[in-house]
Design a protein around this ligand. Structure first.
Ligand SMILES: [Zn+2]
Length: 252
């Protein structure tokens, strides 16, 4: 051993090896949290597909972006209690059937569902349950809190580029969930914005899941063009929850 080697050996013994970098912790080891899995086929071409964890991530993002209270966030069909009430039983049945038929009807004219009813009737619970079940099938849903979204879009109207970018997520989403449609005071520009969203989705057979406190008559009287398109898209799937005994939250 020459002097130099001996010196290295001495230094090595003297110093602890470099501490190992802390191993990166991934929530999903399969895709290292990228959401994509790469596969190379026999011809050497690479393909990417969504990782199984993706739907779960989307569901989480949906809930985080939504203003749905944590009360509803983990609720599915199972824990929607009907307590023997016929209206609630019917509503639950319609929601489950809609979900089960979704992939068959997705690209048809009647591909949407609407829950009309008073506060506390469980509309949000059923709407949210459909959304989370769809996301479990890797079908992404975009959440639109009606009043807040309209207010934000109106503020952007002066900047055409910003406005288009913002509104296009609701226009073009594969599935759009509109929570509390027509809540609050409606102005002419609210109607224009809603028409832009609803008409595009109507023309392109893109489904909408809706909840509203308005009645069908009110919906039509606000704006017939919007109301009639929504009703046509939801035909067969209009769930009405009315009546004092339906205060779902108070009675549960
Ligand atoms: Zn993954």
């Amino acid at each position: 051993m020459n002097a130099l080697d001996a010196e290295f050996e001495r230094l090595e013994k003297q110093h602890q090896p470099f501490p190992q970098r802390a191993k990166q912790v991934y929530e999903c080891k399969k895709c290292k949290d990228s959401g994509w899995i790469l596969r190379v086929d026999e011809r050497g071409c690479s393909h990417s597909k969504r990782c199984d964890c993706w739907a779960k991530r989307e569901a989480k993002r949906f809930m985080e972006n939504s203003e749905i209270s944590t009360e509803f966030q983990n609720k599915g069909f199972k824990n929607y209690e009907t307590k023997g009430n016929k209206q609630l039983e019917h509503a639950k049945k319609k929601a489950i059937e809609y979900f089960q038929q979704f992939q068959e009807i997705e690209h048809t004219r009647r591909n949407s569902i609407m829950f009309c009813g008073q506060v506390g009737s469980g509309k949000t619970h059923l709407g949210t349950a459909i959304c989370s079940n769809l996301m479990n099938l890797n079908i992404p849903v975009v959440y639109m809190a009606y009043r807040n979204t309209i207010t934000r879009l109106k503020q952007k109207i002066v900047d055409e580029k910003e406005y288009d970018k913002d509104i296009s997520q609701y226009i073009k989403a594969r599935v759009l969930y509109i929570d509390d449609l027509l809540k609050g005071k409606i102005t002419e520009s609210d109607i224009n914005i809603m028409y832009e969203i609803v008409n595009y989705r109507y023309m392109n057979n893109l489904p909408i899941i809706l909840s509203t406190e308005k009645s069908l008559e009110e919906l039509l009287s606000f704006d017939e063009a919007i109301g009639s398109r929504i009703l046509e898209m939801c035909r067969g799937n209009i769930v009405i929850l009315q009546g004092r005994e339906l205060n779902y939250r108070l009675s549960s």
